[in-house]
Design a protein around this ligand. Structure first.
Ligand code: GRF
Length: 211
């Protein structure tokens, strides 16, 4: 199973996936694609001898042509699974539909709460006691595809955006490799437009770990 990881930034989740990929069975990260030339994630990929590609959205007149260029690269790599790991572009419905059931994302909140950006700040503003991260299948609507698994943490009164970001990242680095392993080993599948876990329809996200 050939895996491509799409990134835009630091790539700490990419690093966690690289470090865990011996557990992915036949799954192997064969390419890292960035829309930013200066993403540190590219360095991480090179250090791990993984092919890289940069497709800058600024070189394309619209989302459709940018996504078409990415699609071409993914097809050239003969990818079976696409992993979004801090990839900061909204994808077109046409692109997403070509990867239905084969594209995962990690989001720094307990979805369906706090879709979109600045999740830690919004959690603090609301005064929530629980926060965390979610891995989900990607559909055309932003952060709205079926949730697969979540890790939660207790928000303490002393938490700041920075401490929450750090704690959520730690949870992500365990959760994302676990979900990818489930996918690569066939425990997690996509059938008839929905997620299955151990051959049963997944009715609610798996609660993976509590802080
Ligand atoms: C993570 O918090 C992830 O949830 C979000 O973007 C961030 C990426 O961080 N989608 P990194 O680049 O993997 O360090």
């Amino acid at each position: 199973m050939k895996i491509a990881v799409l990134v835009s930034g630091n790539g700490s989740n990419l690093q966690a996936l690289i470090d865990a990929q011996t557990g992915f069975g036949s799954g192997k990260i064969i390419g890292v694609l960035s829309n930013k030339t200066d993403a540190y994630a590219l360095q991480r990929a090179q250090d791990a001898n993984i092919a890289t590609a940069v497709i800058s959205h600024q070189d394309y007149p619209n989302r459709e042509s940018f996504d078409a260029a990415m699609q071409q690269q993914l097809l050239a790599w003969q990818v079976d699974l696409v992993i979004l790991a801090g990839f900061m572009r909204i994808l077109t419905p046409n692109f997403v539909s070509q990867w239905q059931g084969k594209m995962l994302n990690i989001h720094p909140s307990l979805l369906p709460f706090y879709k979109g950006v600045r999740t830690h700040q919004r959690v603090l503003n609301t005064g929530d006691r629980l926060h965390g991260c979610t891995v989900h299948f990607v559909t055309a609507e932003l952060d709205a595809g079926q949730e697969i698994a979540q890790s939660a943490l207790q928000v303490s009164p002393n938490d700041t955006v920075e401490t929450l970001a750090q704690k959520v990242h730690q949870l992500e680095h365990v959760l994302y490799p676990q979900v990818v392993e489930w996918f690569c080993t066939g425990q997690l599948t996509w059938q008839h437009g929905q997620a299955y876990f151990n051959q049963k329809p997944l009715e609610r996200p798996i609660q993976f770990a509590q802080w």
